[in-house]
Each structure stands twice: as C-alpha cells, then as structure tokens.
Design a protein around this ligand. Structure first.
Ligand code: NAG
Ligand code: NAG
Ligand code: NAG
Ligand code: NAG
Length: 964
C-alpha cells in the first residue's frame, strides 16, 4: 500500500532472513509520489522570508526539445505583507537570469490608498544577488515597498532541460516498434523543483493562480492542469504554435504540471456523474502503441471517481483530469498533479483498483487541499491509503484477498515488539508510521462509525472550499473528526481524537491488553502494558507508556461483529487497569478487540482461552469471522512466544486449523512456525515439532492441489508455495524426492558450470536432506563458478554458497565447508564469502554448533590466519557463540571463555555479550520446551511418535553433540 508496501517487503525479508523465498509478499504496489525520505530531508531546509506573498503567475515557456534548452518569462504579482526593500525568490543555481532581465513595477494602488494617476510605476532595482548557500535570488530595490500594494516582478530566464533524470523540467524519449525515437518533455516539480524551471516562491503554502503559455511543435499535444483555452500560430515558425492554458485555481508552485508529447488518448465509455452542476472530463494518455493495454483503465477511473466524489460530496474542482502513462518514468516518482496525473506505464495498466484509487484520492486530499508543509504530508498519505482500501472494499473487495489490514498490522506487531524497533533496518520508520496512521483511521472508522467518518471528511473538504488557500495541517483532519464526533455525542467528554491519534502515532510501541475475568464476582478487568515480544524485557520498558484504547467486546451469547462501538475507553495517563461488570456469563467466552479494530494483541485468562479454543473446534466456528479467527490464533502464539501465555494454551488454539479453510487464518501460521522452529531446532523437541508441522500442513497442501490451476486467485498460488516450502523444510518425503530428481539433471550435465537448470526452491532441500555427493557437487559449482561469464549472474553463486552453508542438517558437510574456506589454501573464497557463511551458520543449530566446535578445535590456527583481518576474527567468534539457547550451549561457550580469557580484549567482550544473550534464551527454552514437548507428545499420532523414537536413537550421535 504505497510506502507501506516497501516497508512490508523490507520487513518480510527481515522476518524470514531470506529463508522463505516463496512467502507471500504484497503485490508490487507503487511508491507514493511524495518520497517522504526526500521530503524529510527538507524539513530543516531554509524557508523564504515571509514578508511577500505571490498572488498570480503569468508564465511563458518556450522549450527547444531537440536542443534540450528552454527560454521563459514570468510575471509574478506579489503583495508585501511587511515593509521590505527586497524580494527573495527561489531560483535554482542552474537557471540563468541576467540582471537586465529583471523589472519590478507597482500596479494599481490598493483601494485603501490614494489613487495614483499613472497606474503603474517602475520600482528601480538596485542590484540582484544569488545567495551563496541557499537557492535564493534576491532583488534589492531602491525603495521600500508599500504594504498591501500590488507589485509585478517580471523576469526573463533560460535554462537546460534535464535529460538525465525525471526531475524539474525534463526530457525523455521512447522508441516505437519501427525503431523511431520520439521525444517528449514533462515536469516533475515535487517537492521543490519548480525553481529549476522558473523563478518562484517554491514552498507549498504560497498559493497563486497560474496562466501558463507554452510553445509546442504543431503535431504534438501540450497538457497542463487546466484545458487549453486558445492556440495561436507563431509568426515565421510554421511548425510551432502557442498554447494558452486556462487560469488555474490557486495552487502551489509544485502543483503546476506540463507535458508536451505525441501521446494519444482514450476516453471512458461512461461519464463521471455531475457534481456541483459540473462534469469532469476524463482522458487516459500514453504512447500510441501502449494505448491498447490501457483499454480498461478509463471506465475503472470513472468508477473510482464516482465513488470518491460521492463520498466527499464534492468534485475535484478542475474541469478535466488527464492521466498519463509516462514511458521510462523512474520508480519513486509517480506524480498526481491537480488535473494531470503522471504514472508509470506498468502502474497505470495494473488491473488493481487499490493503487489507482490511492492516486486518485490525492485529487481531493493533496491537490485540491494541500498539506501546509511536507511534514504534514504523512497524514495525507496515510489517510489516502485508508481511503483507497475503503474504495477497493467497496468496488472490488476480492482484490484485497482478506489481507487488509493483517499484512501491514502483523508486520507492525513484529517490529514494535522488538527490543529496539527499527534497529536493524533504518529508513522504514516513516513507512511504518504511515502504515500505523492509516490503521488509526481504520480504528476511528470502526469505533465512531462509517457515517461519522464520511461526515467528517466531507466537512473537511467543505471547510477547504471556503478557505482560499486550501491548505491544512495534519491536526486539522483530526480536529474535523473530533468536531463531528462531539456533535454526534460519540465521544466521552475530555477525550479528543487528536490526543487519541497522537497516543498511537507518536511512539514506536503498541500496547498489549490483558483481559482477566473474575468468574466469582462477575467482574472483568482490562489492563494495558507495552507489548514486548522479544527478550529480554525490562519491567521499566513495559510500563513506559499508556494509550487511549477502545475496548470493543463481543460475547459468545451474542456473536454480533457489526457492533463495533467501544464499551469503554481505557485512558492514557490513568490507572493501567480498569474493571467493569462482565458482559458474559461464566460459561461463555468474550472476544476483545475483534476484527483488529485497535492495533493491539489481547491476552485472556486461561479459562476464557479454553472456551475460545473449544468453540473454534466446534460446528459454529465460522460465526467468528476470519479476521478475528486469525487474530485469536496470532495473538495466542505471539503472546506465548513473548512469555506471557502458557504454550499449552497457544498450541490448543491450533487444533481448529484441521477444519480451517481460509487463507487469511493460515497466513500467520507460517511466521510462527518459523520463529518457534528456530528456537526448538537445537533441542530434542525438534523432531516432534517437525512431525507436528507436517501433520498440520499436509492436508492444506493436499487441498490446494500440487498443480496451479489457470486463473486461480493469487492467494492460492502463494499459499501453495509457502506450504510446500515449509513442508520441505520439515522433511516431507515427496518434496525431498522431487528436489533430488531435479538436482540429478544438473549432476548429469556434462558441462555443469555453463548454467544451473535447478529451480531455487529445490536446492535447499537437497543440501539439507541429500547425500554428501550432492552437496559436494554444489560446492564444486561454487569453486568452479566461471568468472566474468556473460551467461551467469554472480547472484547464482551467492545463492549456492548461502544454501551450502545454511541448509545442511549434518555437521560433516559444514565442517568440510569450513575447512575448505578457512583453513584451505585455495583463493576461491573472498572475505565477503566467509562473512556470508558465518552469518548463514547462525541460522541453524547444526550450523552454529559446528562452527563453535570448529573454532574451539582450531583456535590458534584460525587466530593466526585472521590476524590481519580482525573483522573476520570478530565475525567468527560472534557467529559461533551468539545463537545458543540452552544450558548446554551456555556451558560450552563459558568454558571457551574461561580458557581463552584475556587473549584478545575485543573477543572477551563479544563472548560476554553472547553469554548474556544465551542466558536469556536458555530461560525461554527451560520455561517453554518441556511444555511444548508435553503437548506434542499428547497430540501427535502414535505412528509419528514411534517413527521419532526410532529415528532419534539412530541419529543422536550425528546431531548437535550435546543433544545426546
Ligand atoms: C547547459 O548546457 C550547456 C551545453 O548544452 C552547457 O554548456 C551549460 O553549462 C549548461 N548549463 C547549466 C547551467 O548546466
Ligand atoms: C545530471 O547532470 C547534472 C549535470 O549536468 C548533474 O549535476 C546531476 O547530478 C546529474 N543527475 C543525475 C541523476 O545523474
Ligand atoms: C512532427 O513534425 C515534424 C516536422 O515538423 C516531424 O519531423 C515529426 O516526425 C512529426 N512527428 C509526428 C509524430 O508526426
Ligand atoms: C468501517 O466500519 C464499518 C463498521 O462500522 C465496516 O463495516 C467497514 O468495513 C469499515 N470500513 C473500512 C474501510 O474499514
């Protein structure tokens, strides 16, 4: 979802450390046109002095497309709001202005002053100056300007059209199928690139009307925010004409847009409904040969506009909307100017509603009404993301495949539950905040009602109509919601939506709500604390914040999920817990925060969990909607993982999965298997856990069918992929067989280094479950990987090396790899390769245990070998010690520590840190593994248990040495 997608993709990658390539990602949605990272770097940038306001621009532009140059002249009407003898404008250093081209005149005096006979007076320019550090052009005048008078600044300028970037006034070209090149020019003026094209007040809050005139080749078309009003010949230039565009409403400089091209257009077959007595003319543009691909777009756009226009009860004010697919438009830069939107070709041709709706929503919030300053655009983005989801749910609900809001929300739960959120991936905090803010709007929709949400946003737009500048601050949106909520008496006194929103948005944490029912007294208590998922958890961290939390309750007696008004709000800065009269009888359960109305997991007392688990296994389970079923499961596992719920209860919550058909409920199962699996891998429980996973997933896989059907929904393909992947990892025989058969083809190849015929998904199972020969063959392929071969991409080698290190189950393969790469004499492995191997080994118990043994046994030799490569030495010590999570592991590492203490100072520190970590993890294992083991033993089939008993006697000597 716009930036959210980027954020999710990054998160998905991090959650799975690349081990689960097939895990469903969001379909590739495009990034927002306001690149917030770019924008945030601007927040601290210099603002123009405030004493002058522009009211209108008359801009003439003459591009010389082939030559890559342009000439222009701008007449800006300004009004001084304070006494000054200077006019400061934004002018990019590359824009050429000579002093003699600058003129300032005083126009008609304002009515409050005495009329001047001449009407116009020249104001002498003393000198002009470019600021040395800021992109400012300063006109020093010989007199002080009269406050509230109208002046005109007239500047002639010239510049180069940008040809190497999609920025400012730029040129690009495309080739048609006959190979002929076609040039076009267009603008990308966000966030402050208008100053590359013409002198202006280049800040969003300075709004003015624009009268744009441009010259263009006669056989080209020019489009801007408004329609062309008049076209004129240019004397002496038969192939060139002037286009004069209608005056724009008041807009910021960056909202101006222009394209001059030979693109062609199509129109919808249906019309946009009239609104405020006006109709809106829609056209979709692209290069001629691409137009075919866009056939379905115009009618889709009309549908979306009709929906949003009704929702806002307002048109977009300008009389036409052109949407253009721009060839070669670079990724982060879709641009939705008022009346003229530019998108990438692939972006516009996508069949989805969401991304188009998201772009179009900006015509109202973002273009008609604009954020005051760039910091206010985050809430704009979040609101539009919410509106796009709303529109999609209305027009084409299948598109979201039930993944809204879970995909975004679960990622937020993981990230904000970390000890140090965002410590591993920088630069996504803004994305996460935007995602979170969109979910705050969703929370308001549920707790206050659809209708109130709509009335508030209508009022917001309506207020903007009345206000000439149509700019808003982030807070204005919440204020509007708040006013309407107050009038409808939907809020308890003293609670403002601004404050509620702030408590959720302004920090990188989310709450956990614990529900405790007192079955004796008939009371129910809610308490809030900071949701922490990873260890260690400091008590002070847990009580660091509080939130305003809506408590929506559904009881078993009345499974009505459409009632979403909170029974009570928990208050910030009040008692952490709140007790009320229970709403349900003792023998029936309650569900708090159904449908993920608020962004928080919920824990219950064990009796309530028990009733939930039982009900979910019964015939009426589908009375609980999928999103809530998914939530109950997801919360139970994650809270158990965090140490706040007994695993037995969490595992009981999986029993209903036998009957579960919805992919929405299944999707959170995979990350949980992955997380718990990692912790269990090193223990004697892992065989049972694998058997459990197989028994859980085999029926799902069977139901989905091995072979994709044409035209099946995307979720099905994704679910099949991820199920298979997890089954393979858990040792599912048919999968291993298939992988080895595929791999054989490569081994039989006479020139195996020419290319790899085996799909990625098969490689890890072969290295994990296959023979030494198969693994050796893989290692040879890395060693013999052709250098500088045009056919083979280096990433193939990296992938092989990663899987060679990360996948094996038995120590001998890893030992061999380490001996070869570290102690061996060959130079086939770079330092980066070795680092990669270390980091892959930390991902599996066999990996890091073998690495540890290897390090202990060859300590002196390795130390000598790495004496000039401290990063490798630190790397091996860190990777070999960090990941243990049992008492045995702790003992091994501390033995090493004691025997080598004082040899290298930094090494001591690394191992000390590791020991601290292992202690934490060990505590987790000691608390939870016996519980998990007991549960698995009670719930696995007898055949599975017998097979495990037989297998473990056979392999105890092979697996991690301390496991025997
Ligand atoms: C514009 O392009 C010309 C070459 O066509 C170059 O000489 C000149 O320096 C450029 N001007 C700027 C300001 O980059
Ligand atoms: C484009 O060229 C200009 C100089 O002509 C240079 O300053 C700028 O960094 C270039 N931009 C890109 C994206 O290459
Ligand atoms: C437009 O006219 C110019 C000559 O003025 C010609 O070179 C060009 O090929 C024409 N382009 C199209 C798309 O007709
Ligand atoms: C808004 O809330 C209503 C329930 O009040 C719900 O039916 C609807 O789906 C929600 N809309 C969105 C976009 O979440």
């Amino acid at each position: 979802m716009g930036r959210t997608t980027v954020f999710l993709t990054v998160l998905a990658a991090v959650l799975f450390l690349g081990s689960v390539a097939a895990y469903p990602k969001q379909s590739a949605r495009q990034k927002r046109s306001v690149d917030l990272n770019e924008v945030y770097s601007m927040i601290g940038s210099y603002r123009l002095p405030k004493e002058i306001h522009p009211t209108s621009y008359r801009l003439e532009l003459q591009p010389f497309i082939k030559e890559g140059k342009f000439k222009g002249r701008v007449k800006i009407h300004i009004v001084p709001t304070d006494k000054t003898d200077r006019i400061t404008l934004n002018v990019h250093p590359d824009l050429q202005i000579s002093h003699s081209d600058v003129r300032v005149t005083q126009l008609d005096s304002s009515p409050t002053k005495e009329a001047r006979p001449s009407g116009m007076l020249t104001v002498n320019v003393a000198r002009t100056e470019r600021h040395t550090k800021r992109p400012w052009y300063i006109i020093h005048l010989e007199q002080i300007l009269d406050v509230q008078d109208l002046y005109e600044v007239d500047i002639t300028f010239s510049g180069n059209i940008t040809t190497n970037a999609t920025q400012g006034f730029f040129r690009n070209q495309y080739k048609d199928t006959s190979g002929q090149e076609h040039f076009f020019v267009a603008t990308y003026l966000r966030p402050n690139h208008a100053q590359r094209m013409f002198p202006c007040f280049d800040e969003p809050a300075y709004k003015a009307t624009f009268n744009l005139s441009v010259t263009r080749p006669r056989n080209y078309t020019a489009r801007s925010n408004t329609p062309v009003e008049k076209t004129e010949d240019v004397s002496g230039e038969p192939d060139i004409v002037w286009d004069h565009f209608a005056q724009t409403p008041q807009i910021s400089s960056h909202q101006l847009a222009l394209v001059i091209s030979d693109f062609e257009s199509i129109s919808p077959t249906t019309k946009v409904n009239e609104m405020n007595g006006k109709s809106l003319d829609i056209r979709i543009w692209s290069r001629k040969e691409y137009l075919e691909t866009l056939q379905a777009v115009p009618d889709k756009v009309v549908k979306i506009i009709n929906y949003l226009q009704d929702f806002f009860n307002s048109s977009i004010l300008v009389p036409k909307l052109d949407i253009m697919a721009i060839p070669m438009y670079s990724a982060s830069q879709a641009s939705d100017n008022w009346g003229l939107m530019f998108l990438k070709e692939s972006e516009l041709s996508s069949t989805g509603v969401w991304s188009t709706a998201y772009q179009i929503a900006y015509q109202w919030i973002g273009q008609f009404a604009t954020p005051f300053w760039w910091s206010d655009s985050l809430v704009n983005e979040a609101l539009n993301s919410y509106l796009a989801s709303m529109t999609t749910l209305e027009i084409y609900p299948d598109e979201l495949e039930g993944k809204w809001p879970t995909t975004a929300l679960y990622s937020l739960y993981y990230e904000f539950g970390k000890r140090f959120p965002f410590s591993r991936i920088n630069g996504i905090r803004q994305d996460a905040t935007a995602a979170k803010t969109a979910l705050v709007f969703r929370m308001f929709n549920y707790t206050l009602g659809n209708d109130l949400m709509q009335r508030s946003l209508r009022r917001f737009i309506h207020n903007q109509w009345r206000e000439k500048s149509r700019t808003f601050f982030a807070d204005d949106i919440y204020t509007c919601l708040n006013d309407v909520a107050n009038e409808s008496q939907k809020l308890i006194p003293d609670l403002t939506l601004n404050n509620i929103a702030a408590s959720w948005i302004n920090r990188d944490r989310l709450p956990l709500v614990t529900v405790t029912r007192d079955y004796g007294s008939g009371n129910i208590t809610f308490s809030q604390e900071v949701y922490l998922r990873d260890r260690p958890q400091e008590p002070s961290e847990k009580s660091k914040y509080t939130w305003y939390i809506p408590i929506v309750i559904v009881s078993q007696a009345q499974l009505d999920f459409s009632k979403t008004v909170p029974t009570v709000w928990m208050m910030k800065d009040a008692d952490r817990s709140l007790t009320i009269k229970d709403v349900a009888a003792n023998d029936s359960f309650v569900i708090v925060n159904p449908e993920e109305i608020g962004m928080f997991p919920v824990n219950y007392d064990s009796r309530n969990w028990g009733m939930l688990a039982k009900f979910l296994q019964g015939p009426e389970r589908e009375k609980i909607p999928v999103l809530t079923r998914a939530k109950l499961l997801h919360d139970a596992w994650n809270i158990a993982y965090a140490g706040d719920l007994c695993f037995e209860i969490a595992l009981n919550m999986t029993l209903f999965l036998k009957e579960e058909r919805s992919h929405v409920v299944w999707e959170p199962v995979f990350p949980m298997i992955d997380h718990i699996g990692r912790r269990i891998e090193n223990s004697c429980v892992h065989l049972k856990f694998e058997a459990f996973i197989r028994s859980l997933l085999k029926p799902v896989y069977a139901r989905l069918g091995e072979i994709p059907r044409p035209g099946e929904p995307l979720w099905k393909t994704q679910l099949r992929g991820v199920t298979k992947n997890f089954l393979c990892k858990a040792g599912y025989e048919p999968c291993i067989k298939e992988a080895r058969e595929q791999y054989k083809k490569w081994m039989a190849n006479e020139e195996p280094d020419k290319g790899n015929p085996v799909a990625h998904e098969f490689i890890c199972p072969v290295f994990k479950w296959g023979t030494d020969d198969e693994w050796d063959f893989g290692l040879k392929r890395v060693i013999n990987f052709p250098v500088n071969s045009p056919e083979r991409n280096k990433s193939e080698r990296t992938y092989l090396l990663k899987t060679l290190a990360g996948c094996p189950k038995d120590a001998s393969k890893i030992k061999k790899l380490l001996a070869e790469t570290i102690l061996g004499k060959n130079s086939d492995f770079t330092d980066a390769d070795i680092h990669l191997i270390f980091s892959m080994l930390t991902g599996s118990a066999t990996g890091y245990t073998t690495l540890f043994n290897f390090l202990s046994e060859n300590w002196d030799e390795i130390k000598l070998k790495f004496q000039d490569k401290k990063h490798l030495w630190d790397g091996i010590v860190n990777s070999a010690t960090l990941s243990f999570n049992t008492q045995d592991g702790y003992d091994m590492v501390s033995e090493l520590y004691v025997s080598r203490q004082g040899e290298v100072e930094t090494t001591d520190a690394i191992i000390e840190k590791a020991l601290k970590n292992i202690k934490e993890e060990t505590q987790w294992s000691e608390e939870n593994l016996p519980v998990i083991e007991r549960w698995l033993t009670a719930n696995l089939s007898k055949e599975d248990l017998d097979a495990i008993a037989a297998a473990s006697t056979a392999t105890t000597t092979m697996a991690a040495p301390h496991a025997g």
